[in-house]
Design a protein around this ligand. Structure first.
Ligand code: SAH
Ligand code: SF4
Ligand code: F3S
Length: 443
């Protein structure tokens, strides 16, 4: 067989969901390019791969709509190969449903089957629609990858999740927690930095429990410190942390090393102890607040961001008010806010006390209004200050200006020369909006 059996053919990948999926898509792209495919737009592609997300129903519905729309392309080109992977197809019933509903889909694969892709792809091009596969769940070491951003590299430190928050599908789509060996991670970070990456994001669903099950005892703060002591001009961030496992050692490591971004993304989900218990989060609001106080005392100018779910089964007006109180007390720099979405197979799916849509939406709007006011005030307080920014490229909304990110991952826009893309600059904040800042490079 020739080394690159698909030379001269084209691929298109569309990614939904979180950074874990983005990283997996880089590996999928690496596998495809090793087989000889080159990237193209969706219309010229010989193979289209969707990497799907199952975290909320809205995400799933949107993806199903988009898969349905591929039928027209398949109609025009009957040799088109369509593969659906990721978190939706990691759930057996959903994989079956997709296979049945969309007969033009050539193959489906879950999150733990990336190493099987070359075989699935070859079979599909030979006209074979492979049966639904089993997953190995093995850590994909030694798989190729094509990084999508030359200046920012995501590096997975662990896969899966063992927490089983009662609302969440991820433990079912990503399987049990597996940590990568520290040496593998350090090797990957070094290679990315040598390749020009200026910002490394260490990825995992719950990075604070990194190290469980490894032959030598280690911890996330240790790993983070080792990464930050590698040579080179770069900075490192991480996500996501779980409040039950965030430790003093983590905050101390962040405070001690200038290469570690002073940004903590610590999802709280709710400010009500009753709801937190029903969510199986295993901490109280008071514990969460004490963690943030400790972190802020150790790390001046720490940027704190979080995730909140409203409308969890049984959430009362008082529970929701407690969430708003927590927001007022902590004053997050920004928030990801979600309306609870029932996920088949999770424990919350069968809980009583479903919140009607109108109430959930009204709470959501109140939550967002409060947070927007806080975000704007926090951003306005930065006007006149100088931040160290990484210039990431042209702005998506206005190509005449450049986009950059602060250590706290705040989006900044600045008018500056294109040659600054991929470089760190010191810039003064000159004006603030709710979701972004305008900055000016300091001479
Ligand atoms: N591992 C991370 C993130 C998981 S998914 C963590 O533990 O924080 C990202 C966010 O999606 C979660 O933090 C949660 O706020 C939200 N989410 C997860 N399942 C959800 C559901 N069923 N309905 C609504 N939001 C959900
Ligand atoms: Fe889901 Fe909870 Fe695991 Fe996060 S920690 S992925 S919310 S189960
Ligand atoms: Fe979605 Fe899977 Fe990530 S469900 S949020 S893509 S882990």
């Amino acid at each position: 067989m020739p080394e690159k059996p698909f030379e001269g053919r084209f691929y298109y990948i569309e990614t939904f969901g979180c950074q874990q999926n983005e990283r997996d898509s880089e590996i999928i792209a690496g596998i495809l390019e090793d087989l000889g495919f080159l990237p193209s737009d969706v219309f010229s592609a010989d193979i289209i791969i969707f990497n799907t997300c199952a975290v909320r129903e809205t995400a799933e519905e949107k993806i199903k709509g988009k898969i349905g729309a591929l039928k027209a392309l398949k109609y025009k080109n009957k040799d088109l190969v369509i593969g659906i992977g990721g978190c939706m197809t990691a759930v057996e019933e959903t994989a079956e449903e997709i296979y049945k509903t969309f007969p033009f889909v050539s193959f489906v694969f879950g999150t733990g089957a990336l190493e099987k892709l070359p075989r699935l792809i070859k079979d599909a091009f030979n006209g074979r629609r492979t049966p639904l596969g089993d997953e190995s769940g093995e850590i994909p070491e030694e798989l190729p990858s094509v990084r999508r951003d030359p200046y920012r590299a995501d590096v997975s430190v662990m896969y899966g999740c063992d927490n089983f928050c009662t609302y969440c599908i991820v433990p079912y789509t990503r399987g049990r927690e597996r940590s990568r060996l520290p040496d593998e991670i350090l090797k990957e970070v070094s290679a990315a930095v040598k390749g020009g990456a200026k910002e490394i994001t260490l990825l995992g669903q719950n990075v604070n429990s990194y190290g469980k099950g490894l032959p030598e005892k280690t911890s996330f703060p240790e790993l983070l410190s080792s990464v930050a002591s590698l040579e080179g001009d770069f900075r490192v961030r991480f996500m996501t942390s779980h409040p039950k496992d965030a430790s003093d050692a983590l905050f101390e490591a962040m405070a001690a090393n200038p290469k570690i971004c002073k940004h903590l993304h610590l999802p709280v989900q709710s400010g009500s102890d009753r709801v937190l218990k029903a969510m199986n989060r295993r901490y109280t609001a008071a514990h969460y607040i004490s963690l943030i106080k400790k972190a802020r005392a150790l790390i001046p100018d720490l940027v704190v961001t979080s995730d909140i779910i409203v409308g969890f089964p049984g959430e009362t007006e008082e529970d929701f008010e407690e969430t708003l109180d927590l927001l007022r007390e902590i004053r997050f720099d920004s928030l990801f806010t979600f309306i609870y979405s029932v996920r088949r197979g999770t424990r919350a799916a069968t809980m009583e006390g479903k919140i009607d849509e109108k109430t959930a939406h009204a709470r959501f709007d109140r939550l967002v209004a409060l947070q927007n006011a806080v975000s704007r005030a926090e951003n306005e307080a930065l006007v006149g200050k100088t931040l160290r920014l990484l210039v990431t490229g042209k702005s998506e909304t206005d190509p005449a200006v450049l986009a950059a990110r602060s250590e706290g991952n705040r989006l900044c826009h600045l008018k500056a020369d294109l040659s600054l893309i991929g470089k760190f600059v010191n810039a003064e904040i000159i004006s603030a909006k709710t979701w972004s800042l305008e900055a000016s490079v300091r001479p």
